[in-house]
Every structure is written in structure tokens, then in C-alpha cells.
Design a protein around this ligand. Structure first.
Ligand SMILES: Cc1cc2nc3c(=O)[nH]c(=O)nc-3n(C[C@H](O)[C@H](O)[C@H](O)COP(=O)(O)OP(=O)(O)OC[C@H]3O[C@@H](n4cnc5c(N)ncnc54)[C@H](O)[C@@H]3O)c2cc1C
Length: 421
């Protein structure tokens, strides 16, 4: 296959699909090809907790995600409200400490635009009776909720195909540069000649980059969630996405502490766990997650289960929703566990834009926010590919070559809360 002006997107997760959509919206004269080894949206994107929020502790992320939320709202207007669910159900950060600074509000002149704080015990208990009686503070992010990422991605893919997108299923095994174009070899032995490449391979962006002779400064960590039924109806169906802001030691019995401290395999259960444990109602029951893993791993196609993950999360959760302790030793079935990679840079800004090598672009390192960021990320990547000059203010901070800019490096060194959940 050969066309003179072809852009090939490597990876049909939400990032690659959003890029295809925004490219075709701006330019229908270029052949756009989207390649994936598997079904579109079936890898990291299918593991998303599907939450969104416009409040981020860092300014560039705040305006990036706010733009993305606006773009999603525009899509709902353009393609009918029913095209994908986007429900403003809120985020509640809860704490046992009324003095807890969940966010550094001093940095924001317009903090009331983003969230409200409740510290009145009566109000907390009257409106959230499922919470522990000693919860002293709730910080609600107002413009936040959930999105159906599969429906959003399917909409963008369907519309991109209507505008001429060509979709190919196959694993990319090799890419060779020849003169001013690239030859992509698939596992089917098919080769694709293309003039530009977009690396949108999620956790595997460095596998594709390696084929082209360079690497991005990213790491992968595994993060997990699970869904269980809620036969005792502990979590109200209208409960906002609720996040425990405090760090904690888990409340083990003395016998358990003795046992865990004597066995290297279980010692980690006695560590202090970070804030960020989250719970929300799900159509199947309750969805819980806690991104406490920090070890870097090699990206792999299949991800093993983590021993004791649901037990640990339920124990941590019963600290702020005490009734959940009823499920700790008697986990309701079916228990659905799933995991994916958070692919991220050290400062947790994404990589979007041109790589060092000519005609190669990247959209990746979208960590735990790639669903909510997808539209703004795809639009920004398309803007770079089409050489448009009007870029949003945050673009230079997310540029893959930013580490060569001393001013940006200084700003990176000042980030003290990367907003990861
Ligand atoms: C547990 C978990 C919870 C999350 N919760 C949220 C949330 O609540 N809100 C939110 O906004 N974000 C969330 N995220 C983050 C979000 O899911 C990701 O940032 C986003 O899905 C990344 O999309 P992507 O397109 O970059 O990657 P992917 O979805 O992984 O897509 C990359 C694609 O590239 C393909 N590919 C890779 N290598 C090759 C190759 N050699 N040949 C062919 N194809 C290839 C893969 O098959 C894959 O389909 C969560 C992530 C995880 C893991």
C-alpha cells in the first residue's frame, strides 16, 4: 500500500482514535491509517475507571483537562446527548482531619469555581450517612463525574471512518525509514508505506520508539480495580465518586500483625498506605481502586492478579465507610478484578507532539487521566501534525522535547503534587 501523503497512527486506544478523529475533522485530503494488534479500545482504555474532574493541583493539567471536558460536551451537542454518557456526579474527597489540606487552595484565586468544602459534622452525617461518624471534612470537586469511554471512543471511531479513516488489524513488528518515508511491517507480513507516524501505543510507546531508534522518558506501573456486588446495599446508587484523602495503616488484628511481620512476602501489608483509595457505585455493584503500587514494570500484554488486592482495599475502605468491613472476609461474588498500566512521565505531564526525528509524533504517557484528557490530547496532536501554529498555552509543557528547556525544567522541579489518583 502506498500513498504520497499518509499518516499512520500506531495504536487504537482512546488516544490514537481521538487523534484520528481530530485529524480528519481538519483535513480530509490525507490518508489516515489506524493500526492495532487487537480490537480498538481493548487494552488500557478498557481498564479505565471512567472518571473525570476539571480540578488538578497543577495549572497546565487544569486547563488541559478543562479543555477536554469542553470538547466532550461539544461532541455530545454535535452527535446527540445519547451518543455517550457523561454524568456530572461529582468527586468527594473525604478526610478524618478537618485541618487536612486536600488541595493547596492558596495557589488558586478562584478556588470556589472548582470545589466546595464541608466541615460541618451535621451536614456531613445528614447527607452522607454511610461515612464514618468521625469524617471531619468533605471537599467536593464540582465539575467532575463519569464518562462512558467505550461509547465515546466508538463514536469518534465511527465518525472518523465516515470521514475516510482506514483501520487495519495487525501487530507492528518493525518500522524502517527509507528516504523520506517509513515502511511498517505487520505480523501478517503486510507492509505499509507512510509519510508520517503517530506513536499512540499506550504502555508500548517505547517498543515502537525503539523500532525508530529512540526512547521516551516514561515508566509503567500497574494499577488495579475491582467490582463486587453490594448485596447489603451499603453504597447508595447516587453516591459521588468518593476518595479517601488520608494516608493510613491498615487495621489488622495482633495475630495478623505477628504473622505478616514474620513473613517477607506479607510485610508490605504493614506499610503506611497513601491517600487516594476510591469507591463508586457501578451498575454491577461497587467499583473500588487504590493506585498504591509504585514499582516500575515492563509493559506486558497480560497482567497477573495481585494477591490480596481486594482484601487490602476493602480493609482500607472500611476505615471511612465502616459497613464495608462486612465484605472484608466474605467478599461478595462475582469478584471482577482488572488491571492496566499507568504510563507516565516523572512529573505526570503527558507527551504530545513531534518527536526529535522528523515526521514522527507521539501521544502518550496519559497515566490515570487518559480517558478524560483524550479529546484535548487528540486535538493537540492533530494540531502539531497539521503544522497549525495556534497552540494552547499548555502545549509547550507537554512537548516531548521539553526536557531540553531549562525554564520548563525549573517549573517541573516545583511540582509537589502530581494529582495522580
Ligand atoms: C486501572 C486504571 C484506571 C484508570 N482510570 C481512569 C479514569 O478514571 N479516568 C481517566 O481519565 N483515565 C483513567 N485511566 C487512564 C486511561 O485508561 C489511559 O490513560 C488511557 O486509556 C490510555 O490510552 P492509550 O490510547 O494511550 O493507550 P491504550 O488504550 O493502551 O492503547 C494503545 C493501543 O496500542 C496498541 N498497540 C501497542 N503496541 C502495538 C503494536 N506493536 N502493534 C499494534 N498495536 C499496538 C494496543 O493494542 C492498544 O490498543 C485508568 C487507567 C488504568 C490502568
Amino acid at each position: 500500500m502506498h500513498t504520497n501523503n499518509t499518516i499512520t497512527i500506531c495504536g487504537a486506544g482512546i488516544a490514537g482514535i481521538a487523534t484520528a478523529y481530530y485529524l480528519l475533522k481538519k483535513d480530509r485530503n490525507t490518508q489516515i491509517i489506524l493500526i492495532d494488534k487487537n480490537q480498538p479500545l481493548s487494552f488500557t482504555t478498557s481498564k479505565s475507571g471512567e472518571n473525570y474532574r476539571d480540578y488538578w493541583p497543577e495549572e497546565n493539567m487544569r486547563s488541559f483537562i478543562s479543555d477536554s471536558i469542553l470538547l466532550m460536551k461539544e461532541l455530545k451537542l454535535k452527535y446527540e446527548d445519547a451518543s455517550f454518557d457523561m454524568i456530572n456526579s461529582g468527586y468527594n474527597f473525604v478526610s478524618h482531619n478537618s485541618e487536612k489540606k486536600v488541595f493547596d487552595t492558596n495557589l488558586l484565586s478562584d478556588s470556589k469555581k472548582y470545589f466546595e468544602e464541608i466541615t460541618d459534622n451535621n451536614v456531613i452525617q445528614n447527607n452522607h450517612s454511610y461515612l464514618d461518624k468521625n469524617i471531619k471534612k468533605i471537599v467536593t470537586v464540582k465539575n467532575a463525574g463519569r464518562i462512558d469511554v467505550y461509547a465515546l471512543g466508538s463514536l469518534l471511531l465511527r465518525e472518523a471512518k465516515k470521514m475516510g479513516l482506514k483501520q487495519i488489524e495487525g501487530e507492528i513488528l518493525d518500522i524502517n525509514k527509507k528516504d523520506s518515508s517509513f515502511n511498517i511491517t505487520l505480523n501478517s507480513k503486510q507492509t505499509i508505506k507512510t509519510s508520517k507516524i503517530v506513536i499512540a501505543a499506550g504502555p508500548f510507546i517505547n517498543n515502537i520508539a525503539k523500532m525508530l531508534g529512540f526512547q521516551f522518558p516514561i515508566s509503567n506501573t500497574l494499577q488495579r480495580k475491582f467490582i463486587i456486588p453490594d448485596p447489603k446495599k451499603i453504597i447508595p446508587k447516587n453516591m459521588p465518586f468518593t476518595i479517601y484523602a488520608d494516608s493510613q495503616f491498615l487495621n489488622w488484628s495482633n495475630d495478623e500483625i505477628d504473622f505478616f511481620s514474620s513473613d517477607q512476602k506479607y510485610k508490605w501489608l504493614l506499610n503506611k498506605f497513601p491517600g487516594g483509595l476510591h469507591i463508586k457505585p457501578d451498575s454491577e455493584g461497587i467499583k473500588l481502586g487504590w493506585a498504591f503500587q509504585t514499582e516500575h514494570t515492563k509493559a506486558t500484554w497480560s497482567i497477573p492478579k495481585m494477591d490480596l488486592f481486594p482484601q487490602v482495599v476493602l480493609k482500607g475502605a472500611s476505615n471511612f465507610i465502616p459497613e464495608l468491613s462486612e465484605y472484608e472476609n466474605n467478599i461478595p461474588s462475582p469478584l471482577i478484578e482488572y488491571a492496566g498500566h499507568y504510563t507516565r512521565t516523572k512529573e505526570n505531564w503527558p507527551l504530545i507532539g513531534p518527536a526529535k526525528e522528523k515526521n514522527i509524533f507521539v501521544i502518550g504517557a496519559l497515566a490515570g487521566y487518559g480517558t478524560m484528557a483524550s479529546c484535548a490530547a487528540g486535538k493537540l496532536c492533530a494540531t502539531y501534525i497539521l503544522k497549525e501554529t495556534k497552540l494552547p498555552k499548555y502545549a509547550k509543557y507537554f512537548h516531548p522535547q521539553r526536557y531540553e528547556d531549562t525554564v520548563i525544567l525549573k517549573e517541573i522541579s516545583k511540582i509537589n503534587n502530581d494529582g495522580q489518583l
